[in-house]
Design a protein around this ligand. Structure first.
Ligand code: FPP
Length: 249
C-alpha cells in the first residue's frame, strides 16, 4: 500500500456503496513485455502479480465478487509455447496462492470449458475450488477457456433439454431461466467492467451479464494495474448516474 492508494481508498469509503461485482478484462501483458524488449510470458508473469494486488485491494475495499478474464476460448489459438506458458502460470498461481486466498476468506471459482484443460491444470483447479468452497468474504471468479457466446448457447441447450424431457414448458423459458443456466447463475451481474490497455471491446466476455454494467477503460497495461488504478476506477463508477433505462430520480 502507498500514501496515494490510501488516499484513494479513503475517498472511496467517504462515498459509501462500492460496486458489489467488479469484472476485469486483463489486457496488455504482451505489449508491457514488448515495451521492455522481454518475451511475452514475462508479461503474463508480471500480470499474475497484478492479480494478487487487485485481489488484496478488492478485499480491502469490500467488493463481493471479482471476475477476471484470464484465458479465452480464442486464446487456445495462440502459439503453442505461449499457451503452455499460460497453463504453467495458472498451475503456479494456484500452487502459490491457494492457502493465502483460503486464509483470507476468498472463494475461488473457475468458469469456462474446463474439460479442455490438461490433467495437472484441471486437478489444480478442482483442488483450489474444493479447498475454498466454504469461504464467503470475496468470490474470485477466474474465467478460463471461456467464451460468452458458447456459455449462452450452452444455457439454451440445457433449457431445450429440460423442455424436451417435459420438465419445463416453452413458456417457462424466460430471462431468469436462461440466467439460471449460465456459469454465473449464483452471482449478481457486474456493476463495473474494467478493461485495461485502452482497448474498447467486450471480446466475447459476459455478453448477457453486462447488459447494464458501467464500463471503465483504463489506458494502463494489465501488469501495471494495481490498487490505485482499481480505486480510481471505483471512484469513476461512483460518479456515474445508473438509470437502468429509466430516468433519474
Ligand atoms: C491479455 O494480454 C492477457 C492474457 C491473455 C492472459 C491473462 C493472464 C494473466 C493476467 C496471468 C495469469 C493469471 C492467472 C489468474 C493465473 P495479451 O497477451 O493479450 O496482451 P497484448 O494484447 O498486449 O498482446
Amino acid at each position: 500500500m502507498s500514501a496515494a492508494s490510501d488516499d484513494l481508498l479513503a475517498k472511496v469509503r467517504v462515498q459509501g456503496a462500492v460496486p458489489r461485482h467488479v469484472a476485469i478484462i486483463m489486457d496488455g501483458n504482451g505489449r508491457w513485455a514488448r515495451e521492455r524488449l522481454l518475451p511475452r510470458p514475462i508479461g503474463h508473469r508480471q500480470g499474475m502479480k497484478a492479480v494478487r494486488e487487485v485481489v488484496e485491494a478488492s478485499l480491502e475495499v469490500g467488493v463481493e465478487v471479482l471476475s477476471l478474464f484470464a484465458f479465452s476460448q480464442e486464446n487456445w489459438q495462440r502459439p503453442a509455447g505461449e499457451v503452455s506458458a499460460l497453463m504453467s502460470l495458472l498451475e503456479e498461481y494456484i500452487q502459490k496462492e491457494a492457502d493465502e486466498l483460503d486464509a483470507q476468506g476468498v472463494r475461488v471459482v473457475f468458469l469456462g470449458d474446463l474439460d479442455r484443460l490438461g490433467t495437472p491444470q484441471r486437478a489444480a483447479v478442482d483442488r483450489v475450488m474444493a479447498q475454498t468452497a466454504a469461504n464467503s468474504k470475496l468470490v474470485l471468479n477466474l474465467f478460463i477457456s471461456y467464451g460468452s457466446r458458447a456459455e449462452i448457447t450452452r444455457a439454451a441447450r440445457l433449457l431445450a433439454e429440460e423442455v424436451a424431457a417435459g420438465r419445463m414448458t416453452p413458456a417457462q423459458v424466460d430471462e431468469a431461466a436462461l440466467a439460471g443456466k449460465l456459469f454465473t447463475a449464483d452471482c449478481p451481474d457486474p456493476d463495473l467492467l474494467i478493461r485495461t490497455s485502452g482497448e474498447m471491446r467486450i471480446s466475447n466476455f459476459l455478453l448477457w451479464q453486462l447488459a447494464y454494467t458501467e464500463l471503465h477503460i483504463s489506458p494502463v497495461f494489465w501488469p501495471d494495474f494495481g490498487r490505485c488504478e482499481l480505486y480510481g476506477a471505483i471512484l469513476d463508477f461512483l460518479n456515474r448516474d445508473r438509470r437502468f433505462g429509466r430516468v433519474s430520480a
